[in-house]
Design a protein around this ligand. Sequence first.
Ligand SMILES: Cc1cc2nc3c(=O)[nH]c(=O)nc-3n(C[C@H](O)[C@H](O)[C@H](O)COP(=O)(O)OP(=O)(O)OC[C@H]3O[C@@H](n4cnc5c(N)ncnc54)[C@H](O)[C@@H]3O)c2cc1C
Length: 455
Amino acid sequence: MVDFSIDPAFQAKLDWMKDFVREKVYPLEYLYDYDKDAPYDIQNKPLRKLIRRLQRDVQEQGMWAAHLPSHLGGQGFGAVKLTYINEQFGTSAFGPVIFGCQGPDSGNSEILAMFGTDEQKERYLKPLLANDIFSCYAMTEPQGGSDPTNLRTTAVRDGDDWVINGDKWFASSANHAAFIIVMAVTNPDEAPHNRASMFIVPTDTPGFEIVRAIGLFSDEYRSGGHPWIRFTNVRVSDRQRLGPVGQGFKVAQSRLGGGRLHHAQRTIGRVKQMIDMMAERALSRESYGEVIANRQAVQMDIANSYIEYQQFRLLVLYTAWMFDARQEHGREGRKMISAVKAAMSKIAQDVTLRALHLHGSIGLSNEMQFSRHLAIALHEGVADGVTELHLASVAKQLLRDYRRAEGDFPSDVLFRRKAWAAKQIQPLLEECGVTLAEGRADPEWNPPREGRGET
Ligand SMILES: Cc1cc2nc3c(=O)[nH]c(=O)nc-3n(C[C@H](O)[C@H](O)[C@H](O)COP(=O)(O)OP(=O)(O)OC[C@H]3O[C@@H](n4cnc5c(N)ncnc54)[C@H](O)[C@@H]3O)c2cc1C
């Protein structure tokens, strides 16, 4: 049975969280510079102190690292409860760090837990879970990210070491990370999906450099948290390899599903905030003697946004429920995650644009934050796989359950269906002692003979 219910004890936690986010977390957003990655800036000691203080509140409430199972220091809430949690800080830049579930650390902690050695867990996973350090995940390269079988970064075995060379791009948080999980080609002669392996590279390793700070288009030029990075003869020991040689894709795959769901859960909250802003604006702005809320075009934008919001929220909840109920990571899970991912980018973009437009000039001004909201909405269609790939994946998984039609006509062509229906209903007619003619039915007694042009 599909069940999205919230028990009273958990509802109390959500109520606490709602107030806490509004009163303690949101103030940080308006005061500290997100262009400079404030939530991740481990060097900003005074801000770090504030963050640590708020993190303690979260830990005391038992809401820390809510995405993780209890044996990894999380709460073991499962995906449905996590949806209710993540939607609370949809628009918040600081929320994920204060609640201990920020990407890419959340996905990195999952693969360290799944594939890491005891030594790797002690050295990297433990401090990551305690938020003493941040991490980065580097897969995309400047020449293209949609097809990771085109990776050019290599790791070549040299005795007990591996020597890594290559550039990575949009490596989120690399500028604040203590270590980077990097995917590199180790087996160039194998089949495309067995060519790469994962390595943990501490950022103080000689040969690692940040080529340039890259941000979203809403960030200041030469700032932002998605740098272009370079590995020049970076040497790591084989003990730094994460997972088996040649299995980089498998490791990568296991971190993406959860991360995409977390993004979608936060998108629910962001879309809701856009609707709240639209509603306030519609009731506050007058044009030709009436509030614009009375204009049908405005009403349609608000109503469509609300309907799409409810549909999307239910899609995410259903996918989360499926993960909880069936531990679904197979074909059905892949299909639903791709469906959620594609739907997320569409709703985020559509509703953000409507909200911006409804705010007119101030919406486009630098007195509001729509450029950031829009950049984040557009990012949903690119990061973690572009929309086209996810739609293709949904279609591929779906089509596996279907077969081509027999003959040259669709199965549902009326002359076939009517002929079939007449035969099918015959026993029921006999039982009831009636005929098709008496009931004025329109069967097909002589359907055309189907053939491929034979006479
Ligand atoms: C904010 C943000 C954060 C990111 N963080 C990280 C990170 O931490 N680590 C990391 O490794 N990467 C990260 N990325 C990179 C992200 O994974 C890539 O941007 C993504 O995989 C797409 O690759 P690309 O940018 O090279 O676009 P391309 O692969 O060049 O694609 C561009 C466009 O081409 C079209 N296209 C491409 N391939 C196909 C196809 N097969 N079918 C149909 N159309 C296609 C689509 O329209 C697509 O939008 C991040 C990206 C963003 C925006």
